[in-house]
Design a protein around this ligand. Structure first.
Ligand code: ZN
Length: 476
């Protein structure tokens, strides 16, 4: 197959270049101009379109198995494809059983493999409170088939308790020994608990009343993120494995800078770039995430750190819920999490590169290259280069995208991006040379047809393991 006449976003370039891509067996085998089609070779005309590498979203909660009322791997990966994401990495904590040992991973893979529309990898989970060497043994049993390990310093899940500082140190050391990053949800639990008590006391002193979104934001302050990141950096440095630490969904610029100085990495999410705490007045629970978005100054600083590479990449932290869970009636109990994988690339394309906040090079790194490299997938994923998988997004740069929750393929429909108008529109998404999403067939999703633009069968997505694997397992 040849994808011809597109404006192709090649890595480390200032502007897209007019080029043709030849694809054989799902891989890019040639990049050139005026490639001649062989006998029977299909030619796709990408004239007038941008050809971008498929986005890598290394932070999704597709909730399968166990919490399919919130999301399924089928619907989540369909939403990813709709938004130009061709690789996802799924978190271990929001499925049952949590992925903390090899048997749990087997159980998850058995269910997920028939549902996935885009390529996918998993993280292993590290829970607090495990006895003896359970923590280290569980991690070792998972290492060949996971792209990293995830733990929490503050957890809202009964099935996945947080680690204490001693356990965090051990988890970092073991992840380093196994050659995988250790991903951390970094908010200090004690600090947040005290902040919550203070918030409640202040409200009572003012005569009570319903808790507000300001109360929620104030209960999870920026200091709690900075403290947790400082502790984690210290624990990693003490063990000589600073580069093993990766802090997820950082919304505080000072924390991101400190992590980079220590040799650790971090990610931010599109919602921290797009919104501030003032936006709760408009969006309410649709904007509730953990950690919450902070003030406007923070947002601008995060953009600057993303532009200069201090924050290497952006993720969605896709974590939808049912409408009932999302709108429980209290800021404390409304579900914390938003459907984000389908809005990630369109948002960064429009407000990052096309708006001039990011160079093309940084845009490509932020949406695909840097995450692929961090999680050991860059032999196959993350850029348009000969030898890599033909994971592509064809985008009309002159068209507009207006985000509407009821058009999402995710089961979650409450999005803070509701009504946002963006420059550029995804026309099709390709995974290993196969079109998975076709905007030409997209329509308003219905119960009978929840993913109308999906043109590949469930199960097309392939399970990914890390190239940084001492004993690669040919698992599938
Ligand atoms: Zn998450």
């Amino acid at each position: 197959m040849i994808i011809a006449n597109g404006s192709v976003a090649l890595p480390r370039s200032d502007a897209p270049a007019r080029a043709d891509l030849r694809i054989i067996d799902g891989r890019i085998v040639e990049i050139g101009s005026n490639l001649r089609a062989g006998d029977g070779e299909q030619v796709v005309d990408a004239g007038g379109l941008l050809v971008l590498p498929g986005a890598v979203d290394p932070h999704v909660h597709f909730d399968t198995p166990g919490f399919e009322s919130r999301e399924s791997f089928f619907r989540g990966s369909a939403e990813a494809a709709r938004g130009g994401v061709t690789t996802v990495i799924d978190m271990p904590c929001t499925s049952l059983p949590p992925v903390t040992d090899a048997a749990a991973l087997d159980a998850k893979l058995a269910v997920v493999s028939g549902q996935a529309l885009v390529d996918y990898g998993f993280y292993g989970g590290v829970r607090g409170g495990s006895a003896g060497s359970e923590l280290e043994d569980g991690m070792a049993s998972l290492a060949p088939r996971v792209l990293g390990f995830k733990c929490y310093l503050l957890s809202g899940m009964d099935t996945f308790p947080r680690v204490n500082h001693e356990e965090l140190g051990r988890a970092i050391a073991q992840a380093a020994a196994l050659g995988r990053p250790l991903l951390l949800h970094a908010e200090d639990a004690d600090y947040c608990a005290a902040a919550r008590i203070r918030v409640e006391a202040t409200r009572t002193a003012r005569g009570g009343g319903k808790p507000t979104w300001d109360d929620y934001v104030d209960s999870r302050p920026a200091s709690a993120e900075r403290i947790a990141c400082a502790v984690a950096s210290e624990l990693a440095a003490e063990r000589g494995c600073s580069s093993t630490l990766h802090v997820v969904h950082v919304g505080v610029a000072a924390a991101a800078s400190a992590l980079a100085r220590s040799g650790a990495t971090c990610e931010t999410c599109a919602h921290y770039l797009a919104f501030t705490r003032e936006d709760f007045a408009v969006h309410g629970a649709a904007l509730k995430t953990a950690p919450p978005v902070k003030g406007g100054a923070e947002r601008e600083k995060l953009w600057a750190l993303l532009a200069d590479g201090t924050i290497p990449f952006v993720t969605s932290d896709h974590a939808p819920s049912t409408r009932e869970e999302k709108r429980s009636g209290s800021v404390w109990t409304d579900y914390g999490g938003i459907p984000g994988t389908g809005t990630l690339l369109p948002y960064l394309l429009s407000e990052g590169w096309l708006a001039g906040r990011l160079t093309l090079t940084r845009f490509l790194e932020a949406t695909s290259g840097a995450a692929a490299a961090r999680f050991g997938l860059d032999d196959r994923k993350g850029s348009i280069e000969v030898g890599k998988d033909a994971d592509l997004v064809l985008v009309d740069p002159g068209a507009k995208t207006v985000i509407h929750g009821d058009r999402l393929y995710s089961k979650g429909r409450d999005t803070p991006f509701e009504g946002m108008e963006l420059r550029g529109a995804v026309r099709s998404t390709w995974v290993r040379g196969r079109m998975v999403y076709d905007a030409g067939r997209d329509a308003m999703p219905t119960e009978a047809s929840p993913v109308p633009g999906i043109v590949a069968e469930a199960g097309w997505g392939r399970f990914l393991t890390s190239l940084r694997d001492n004993s690669p397992m040919d698992y599938l």
